[in-house]
Ligand binder design. Sequence first.
Ligand code: GLA
Ligand code: ZN
Length: 686
Amino acid sequence: MSQRYEPIIKGFPQMLHGGDYNPDQWLDRLDVIDQDFRLAKLSGVNTWSVGIFSWAALEPEEGRFEFGWLDRIMDRMAADGMKAVLATPSGAKPNWMATKYPEIRRVQPMGNREHQAGRHNHCFTSPVYREKVTIMNTRLAERYRGHAALGVWHLSNEYSGDCHCDLCKRTFRAWLKAKYGTLDRLNKSWWTAFWAHTYTDWDQVDWIDGCVHGLVLDWQRFVSDQTVDFIRCESAPLRRLTPDVPITTNLMGTFLGLDYRRLAAELDVVSWDNYPAYHDRADMPATGAFISFVHDLNRGLKGGRPFMMMESSPSAVNWMPLNKLLRPGIHRLKSLQAVAHGSDSVQYFQWRKGRGSTEKFHGAVVDHVGHEHTRVFGDVAEVGRSLGKLGDVVGTTVPAEVAIIYDWENRWLLNAVQGPPKQHGVCQLHEDWVQRHYRAFWKQGVPVDVVASTDDLSRYKLVVAPMLYMLQPGVADRLTAFVRIGGTLVGSFLTGIADENDLVFEGGWPGPLRPVFGVWAEEIDYLYADETNHMVMTPGADELGAEYGVSAACDLIHAEGARVLATYGADFYAGRPALTVNAFGKGQAYYMAAFADQEFLDDFHGAEIARLGIRRVLEAELPDGVTAQVRTDGKTDYVFVMNFSSQARVVDIGPGCQDVVEGRAVGPRLDVSGYGVVVVQRPCRG
Ligand code: GLA
Ligand code: ZN
């Protein structure tokens, strides 16, 4: 049931290859700009993201606009057949504006207004800033409407953060009033009788009190909604004047501060900035699997539509504790990995290194030396050559039969509540648990969709809900219905604990999912970092090993109709159930009571993949550190065989394959070099 989407830029069916370009840092250096156009051709770059931080160049003083420099860039890009990802410049406010209108500067939680510095720090409610944004975006859209180079609108940059000014607080209170209607409802939803926190006037909601979890959640929801409201303000003139030009904004992967699903609903295409620490270490495959997960997450934000990798570094970055060079091959691997998971672009931060300020040592296509004879430029040109051969992949998508649930609200709540272990305020256990499940599928070359608990799940064979602590309204019913019609659900400890206000379900965990799992989780034991337990398989669970290690969290459950597949091996709860399965309707629901080792998840999901007939991209077992991912239009499969280990590997790809980049028949045994990636096509397997 695959399909092919239209290219992101209408009439431009190429993989987009480019990056952030700041000609406004070089306006007195036309020789440099000439070089940039020459080098773009040499590197196979067909797009630049321009104007991202250009407010001071576009409006040097209030009401005086200077578009001449941008006209010249846009015209030359059009002449060279390039497309612009044209930004609105709100990511950094100019000094004149921040000085004249102090109210556009953010206020910190303690009430102090920020100085003008840095970027990404405007008050998202400020009417003045919104007015300035409206004027600027209108001017940009009027000027470049119909311009041959205009490809995509890039709203602002990496929206993030919040503001605690009086206006934002008042707006939050109005948001709460609209949501709850009465203070009585608010107090009940937030359980404010605790520690005398009852609110008797809306104005008392003044401080984001961390002990009231409903308040913490609502503030985070408000911040997302207010950012969406700001996005609507930014988009309005663009939508009015250039309705055919798609709008995106660059997201930041698993960034916690905003519910990206709310943002994605405002965008035509999702894009994200990808900065993995791919550094030739033993854990490269783990990082590889994690980045694959984030790509899948981004693809899922718009239901499987191709997305853009808006930024990545062609070399080192400048902000990690240690900024390591990418080893040979890794740049191409990282770039094609994005495409493998549904990106129709490979873009960089940054095209050219500036001479001053904080990003002058950040990796770039063009280094300070200024010419093309560098290792990094060669790597980029190589990616340009590969992307040039992948035009047929544009618009194809990923056919997944497995879904993993990953909700921002659930993450916010797990971080807010006290009880589960945390590191630096983050419930890392949840993030790790999600990754362990994901990695089991990645190792076996099984495509996965990363979805919201509120998404339609009916098309999947297997749904994994790792630590789904919060059940939003309707989710328990939907999961139950999924199993009833024949789906397989995998839940775990800390699933089904509380509702959308963090009010714990009465009547025992996993709350409304108790019938579908057929278990009651009575208590949960957390283990110190140096403690482990194990689970012992009961006879009959034959595809699995005899024993597996568990750590971190152990639920003490009672099987209430579920079949016990494993029991704990040690501690006072030895012999009690650690893994169960419940036949329910036409399907079944597994409950993993403990934080199990990777080895267990590999075996468990491997057995489920076989039992449920879930397609692997390649039939044969994959060597260590290798994954295979697929994009398809329903006729042709494009299989990306990616080696995240430094050692060469031989992969069995079966018969009938063609190397897309090299244009020759390959297989059934395929040699993949260390950090190598080979893209092969084959007829779709239907
Ligand atoms: C972010 C920003 C860019 C740049 C890069 C550096 O992704 O969007 O402007 O600062 O980081 O890695
Ligand atoms: Zn504010």
